[in-house]
Design a protein around this ligand. Structure first.
Ligand code: GLN
Length: 284
């Protein structure tokens, strides 16, 4: 069987699970052949070796039970970097790049020459913290935390792959509870999907992505907001992606804690991100 024929068969099979069957079939074939998608056409009349066909079938079966492409290819692009991902971490979402851009804007506007301490809480694959470390050229100390040890290992692997020369601290921790220091920037894409919303998410997400990274524990946000008092420095800024349905509530809770809060929309125009700075006149 030729590569071209293999691609045709694969595309037909993938029609049941995706609305981009041809594109995904090409990605799978390119992955198996270890070449870029663009090169596939060059020799598509060639016979496909049996071991490649076997592997391709295996990957296609995984996709047919709705495993997300990012987990099959073990890779997802975010902020121009290719992140290794597995089922212990959420797949980075394109809208989260807006959060990174907001933090970068803040970092680039600083005039203080002192190194800044930056914490990515609940880092998962490390996409937020490592993108910041990749983009920001100023002096900074980076701390990436996650409650999941296997997720932290993925983040560490990404650091080794993408930023081997940077010193980045990885800490297994729930929220900010184990720290006795303050940070100048705390950024987070925490779990923010409700149980009811979770039940209505795509099967791809429900069956394969870690629920712990999607659905928060009880009082998650109340506890987090309360701990900012001791963990965010006086001139510090807190950035968070959150549920558009609860963003007004979160903004109000933060305002009551003494923050000046801004909400930031995503590509669809929904407010999806929060930037919170201590109000200069807050009561200490
Ligand atoms: N935006 C994610 C989703 O679509 C949720 C991410 C999160 O809970 N932090 O499922």
């Amino acid at each position: 069987m030729s590569y071209r024929e293999a691609l045709r068969l694969l595309t037909a099979r993938l029609k049941k699970v995706t609305n981009q069957p041809r594109f995904e079939a090409e990605l799978l074939l390119a992955f198996v052949r270890k070449i870029s998608r663009e090169k596939l056409l060059l020799d598509d009349e060639k016979e496909i070796p049996p071991e490649e066909w076997k592997l391709l079938n295996d990957l296609c079966l995984q996709r047919e039970i709705y495993k997300p492409m990012a987990y099959i290819l073990q890779e997802k692009e975010f902020f121009g970097l290719k992140f290794f991902v597995n089922q212990h971490t959420l797949i980075p979402r394109p809208e989260t790049e807006i959060l990174v851009e907001e933090v970068l804007k803040h970092l680039q506007s600083r005039s203080n020459p002192q190194p800044i301490s930056i914490l990515d809480m609940g880092c998962g694959s490390g996409c937020i913290g490592l993108s910041l470390a990749h983009e920001y050229t100023g002096k900074a100390h980076y701390f990436l935390t996650d409650i999941s040890f296997p997720a932290l290992q993925v983040a560490k692997q990404n650091q080794k792959r993408l930023l081997p020369e940077k010193k980045i601290y990885f800490i297994a921790m729930n929220q900010l509870l184990g720290f006795s220091t303050t940070f100048d920037v705390i950024v987070s894409n925490p779990p923010y999907v409700t149980e009811q919303e979770y039940d209505r998410l795509q099967l791809e997400i429900q069956h394969f992505e870690p629920k712990q990274a999607l659905v928060p524990s009880k009082n998650f946000f109340e506890n987090l907001f309360a701990s900012l008092n001791t963990h965010l420095s006086n001139k510090g800024v807190f950035f968070m992606e959150t549920n558009p349905n609860f963003i007004e509530k979160h903004a109000k809770q933060l305002t009551e804690k003494g923050f000046f809060v801004q909400t930031i929309p995503d590509y669809t125009g929904q407010n999806h991100f929060i930037k919170a700075q201590w109000h200069p006149f807050r009561k200490l």
